[in-house]
Design a protein around this ligand. Structure first.
Ligand SMILES: Cc1ncc(COP(=O)(O)O)c(C=O)c1O
Length: 420
C-alpha cells in the first residue's frame, strides 16, 4: 500500500470533481477523498497531527451552521458564535502556562502562522525599530512575517540538533545592540523538535543592555506538552511576552487552528468597528467558531491528566522507536522531551510508502498520540528489508544508513524554557 495517490487516481478525482461537468457525482467525489485519506493514515508518520481524539460529536452538533467569532474574543454579541468556549480555551491554556491572570489576552487563530503574525505585530507596534532575531531552525513563517511587517530580521545560526546557537546570538546582538530586540524562540523546531532556552536569550539581552525587548515563543508543536510538564511557563519570571501553539497538532483538531497568547500589557487594544460592534484586535476579521469549539471539546474530554498521559505515551513510543531503529543499525535520535525521531534519510522506495518529513540527509517521523507500535514495527521492517545487505548490490536498492550530524546534547533534559 502506498500513501501517494497515483497520477491516474488523481486525474480520476480531478475529472469527477470538475464543476463544468454536470451532473457532478458528489457522493463519488467525497467517497474518493475519504478513501484516499483512509489509505494514507497508516503510513503517515512524518507530520505532527495527533490521530487519537474523536471530534465527531462537535462536528455532528455544530457543523451545520456558521459560528463566527468575529472580532475580539472577549466580545459577546453578534451572530451565532462560540466565544464563550474560546475564552475557556484561552483561560485553560493561560492557566496551564501559569500566565498572570491580570495580564493575559489571546484568541483562537487559523494556526501557528497567524499566531506568530499576531504576536510579532503586537511586539513591533510597541518596539517599531526593533530587530527581530530568529534562528535558521525557526519556522518558515517567521522570515515571511518579518517581510510582511516591513521589519528588519537578524538570522542566528542553529546547532546540528536544531537549538539556537547562543554564542552566535550574542555576536548578532552585539552588532545590533543600539536597537530594541524582538527574539523568536522556538519550542519544538519543525525538523528536530529542539527547544530554545529563553533564560539564555534573556541573559544575552541583559549583557548587551538592549533598549527594549520582547521574547516570543513559537511553540506550535511542543507548547501544550511542555506546559503540561511545567517546563514551559509564561509567569512573570519567564520574561516571555507571547506564545503561539497549533490546535491541529497535539490536540489533533480536524481543521487547521491555533492559539496565540500575549501579555495584555504588551499589546495595544484593537480599534472599535461600529458595524460589527466589536474591537478589531485580531489578524482576521471573521474567525472560525467551530475551531474554538473543537479545541474546547478536545481539552474538556481529557482534562490535564488525560493530556499528560497522552504526552507520556507518545514519548514512550518515541523512545521505543529510537531503540528499534538503532538496534536495526539505523542511527536515530531524539530530544528527551520530543515526539520527533530524527534519522538518516531512508531510501526513496521507503519514502514513497511512508510519509516522512525530509530535509536533505535527515528525515523525521513523529510519534504523535495515536501512532501505534505496530506502525513503527512495520516501518522498521520496511527500512531494514530495503537496506538489507542482500539487496545492497542492486543499484535500485539503496545504501545502508549514512551517519547524521550528531546532536550536541540529545541526552540532556529539554533546554530551559521555564525549566522548573
Ligand atoms: C515551529 C512551527 N511554527 C509554526 C508552524 C506553523 O503552523 P501552522 O501550519 O499551523 O500555521 C509550524 C508548523 O509546522 C511549526 O512547526
Amino acid at each position: 500500500m502506498t500513501h501517494t495517490p497515483t497520477p491516474a487516481r488523481l486525474r480520476g478525482l480531478a475529472e469527477a470533481a470538475d464543476l463544468s461537468r454536470t451532473p457532478v457525482d458528489i457522493t463519488a467525489v467525497l467517497d474518493h477523498l475519504v478513501a484516499e485519506a483512509d489509505t494514507a493514515v497508516p503510513t503517515s508518520i512524518g507530520f505532527p497531527g495527533a490521530v487519537d481524539l474523536d471530534h465527531r460529536e462537535v462536528m455532528a452538533r455544530l457543523g451545520h451552521r456558521l459560528w463566527n467569532n468575529i472580532g475580539d474574543p472577549t466580545d459577546t454579541g453578534g451572530t451565532p458564535h462560540t466565544r464563550i468556549l474560546e475564552q475557556a480555551v484561552i483561560a485553560w491554556l493561560a492557566d496551564t502556562l501559569h500566565m498572570p491572570t491580570d495580564d493575559r489576552w489571546g484568541y483562537v487563530t487559523t494556526g501557528g502562522t497567524e499566531g506568530n503574525l499576531s504576536a510579532l505585530h503586537a511586539a513591533r507596534r510597541r518596539l517599531p525599530t526593533a530587530r527581530i532575531y530568529y534562528s535558521t531552525a525557526a519556522h518558515y513563517s517567521i522570515p515571511k512575517i518579518i517581510e510582511m511587517l516591513g521589519a528588519r530580521g537578524v538570522v542566528v545560526n542553529a546547532s546540528a540538533d536544531g537549538e539556537m546557537d547562543y554564542d552566535h546570538l550574542a555576536v548578532r546582538v552585539r552588532r545590533h545592540r543600539r536597537w530594541p530586540a524582538i527574539v523568536v524562540a522556538t519550542a519544538g523546531t519543525t525538523m528536530t523538535e529542539a527547544v530554545d532556552d529563553t533564560t539564555r536569550i534573556h541573559t544575552i539581552l541583559d549583557e548587551h543592555d538592549v533598549p527594549g525587548r520582547h521574547v516570543h515563543v513559537d511553540a506550535a508543536l511542543s507548547g501544550i506538552p511542555l506546559a503540561l510538564d511545567g517546563r514551559l511557563r509564561l509567569d512573570d519570571d519567564s520574561g516571555i511576552g507571547s506564545i503561539t501553539v497549533s490546535g491541529h497538532k497535539f490536540l489533533g483538531v480536524p481543521t487547521p487552528c491555533g492559539v496565540v497568547l500575549i501579555r495584555d500589557s504588551l499589546r495595544r487594544e484593537g480599534t472599535p468597528v461600529t458595524y460589527t460592534a466589536t474591537l478589531d484586535s485580531t489578524v482576521t476579521g471573521s474567525r472560525c467558531g467551530l475551531a474554538a469549539a473543537l479545541l474546547w471539546h478536545a481539552i474538556a474530554t481529557h482534562g490535564r491528566e488525560g493530556h499528560r498521559w497522552r504526552v507520556s505515551e507518545a514519548r514512550r513510543l518515541a523512545t521505543y522507536t529510537v531503540d528499534r531503529l538503532t538496534a536495526a543499525g539505523w542511527p536515530a535520535w531524539r530530544h528527551p522531551h520530543a515526539f520527533t525521531v530524527v534519522l538518516p534519510t531512508p531510501p526513496a522506495t521507503v519514502r514513497t510508502k511512508w510519509l516522512l518529513a525530509t530535509d536533505a540527509d535527515i528525515s523525521h517521523l513523529i510519534c504523535m498520540p495515536g501512532v501505534t507500535q505496530g506502525q513503527i514495527d512495520a516501518f522498521v521492517t520496511d527500512l531494514t528489508d530495503t537496506t538489507a545487505p542482500a539487496s545492497s548490490p542492486d543499484p535500485g536498492h539503496p545504501h545502508p544508513p549514512r551517519p547524521i550530524p550528531h546532536p550536541r546534547r540529545a541526552s540532556s533534559p529539554a533546554a530551559g524554557i521555564g525549566t522548573p
